[in-house]
Ligand binder design. Sequence first.
Ligand code: GLC
Ligand code: CA
Length: 552
Amino acid sequence: MNWYDKAIVYQIYPKSFQDTNDDGIGDLQGVIAHLDYIKNLGFNTIWLNPIFVSPQVDNGYDVSNYFAIDPILGDMDDFTEMMDKAHHLGLHIILDLPINHTSDQHPWFKDAVNNPNSIFKDYYIWHKQVNGHEPNNWGSFFGGSVWEKNPNNSEEYYFHLFDKKMPDLNWKNPEVRKSIADIAKFWIEKGVDGFRLDAFIHIAKANLEQNSLIQDEQFPADDTFYAKLPKVKDYLATFVREIKDFKPDTFLFGEASSANALDAAEYTRPDEDGCDVVVNSGNYGEVYDDSNPDVPGFFQTRRLSLDRLKKTYVTWESVLANISLPTLTWGNHDISRLRDRLNLPIDNEDVSKLLATLMYLQRGMPIIYYGEEIGMHGLKYQQVSDFDDQRAVDLINTLHKKSFKDEEILKLLNNQDEMTARGPMQWDDSQYCGFSNKEPWNWGQTDETNVSAELKDSKSLATFYKNLLSMKKHDCFTNGDYQLLITDPEIYAYLRQTRDNKGIVVTNFSNKVKKFTLPEEKWKKVLANKVKLTNNELILDPWGSCALESKI
Ligand code: GLC
Ligand code: CA
């Protein structure tokens, strides 16, 4: 058993958590200021989005110096103070480590571009032009080609899967692999407990001399050539071995937005030097409302399909049983907040309580995005031009061409764009939510929920999360195996069982009253919202949810 087998993770977007020097940007002192809050809610692990020096083209995922803290967030003294205080409270800290690319301002890349004899040239991926064009038609995840011209040699291109200011590293080069491992070791020596390996399934690329056959776009983003290639496992294994030899209980959590359960198994098999867990961004059981074919899938209204959610988790739970822990999450910084993106009666707090109960008591590691515990909505921007992230800009251009009105586009973006999910944490009801005294770097209209009010209220969502996380620590909900119970299609119920303890979770995913007969056993309610238990029968009000336990 490692400490991370019991990790309950709180994700912090540092720029948006708490500003302590009134520049409108959250900082490490702001994280320090709320360690107690995080601990009291029941978390034992914090994952921070990237905090290294960065031009902030992609909010820190574009790193220009891996060995220092970005000055907007603080300095190494703040970092050390944060580590010490977190550890003192029994909190582990995980850093986000972009390993697939650097910033184009990284000294390696600058030298590669400016120095004809640079030893860093081979740290990146280059190709000469083909017939005066890009070497192939592969598309970047951020739009356009993956190729961008070398600023000092117009006949040659470098490869970037994300923004053009984020050139991909060449993992074929052993020096690159060594450099990334050295970065990780540097931070381990500073006390870091683990890393989120950003975009790790992309570190290997196919032979560059081939084209995608996808027809409908000039530069299709075609995963076949740059995701989950066999070499990823080899590179990963060398890295993992080196890190685990250096400090065996370093937690490695691999981020693979497109991974399915089989991929997660493949990258976490014990004895194969893989990640400890894999997190993707697609287990929310959502189905797109295809009523508007002009709108790309990602921006469409979504409906939560309980059926799909059940199938997803039955698959993940069964495929990963005896291999690794599934990750349990409702969102992150790359997707709009749960309350905005779904067409559920989500402003009903019972729905939020139900969603939390059914998700986090499953077998697996909860990863909870800051603000979810108080039911925060995303920011609402006032006009289309307030959106400047690449995906939004592309959408605006596409929909303008199709004669969409600005107000329609604004609604889609406010409900679905990732920037809305990166708003300031709402600590109190003051002008800038207690986040700062200055207008935050990312700002729009907010809702009223805030930590200070939530903590005073014994029936609030935050109090419910606290109770839920304390239940999660019980033997059956941490260690038990998972079994779906076949019931009414609008009920999600499952059993968790260890040698000594049994737990059951029953949730009513509907606006009708439902009855549920428990298996013959002496059950005790340990967590409940809108549920009554008489004899062995549960009466669940609309959106009611509960967890019960019994000794074996
Ligand atoms: C991951 C991050 C995302 C970032 C990308 C490139 O998908 O979650 O925010 O843009 O990697 O680093
Ligand atoms: Ca600040």
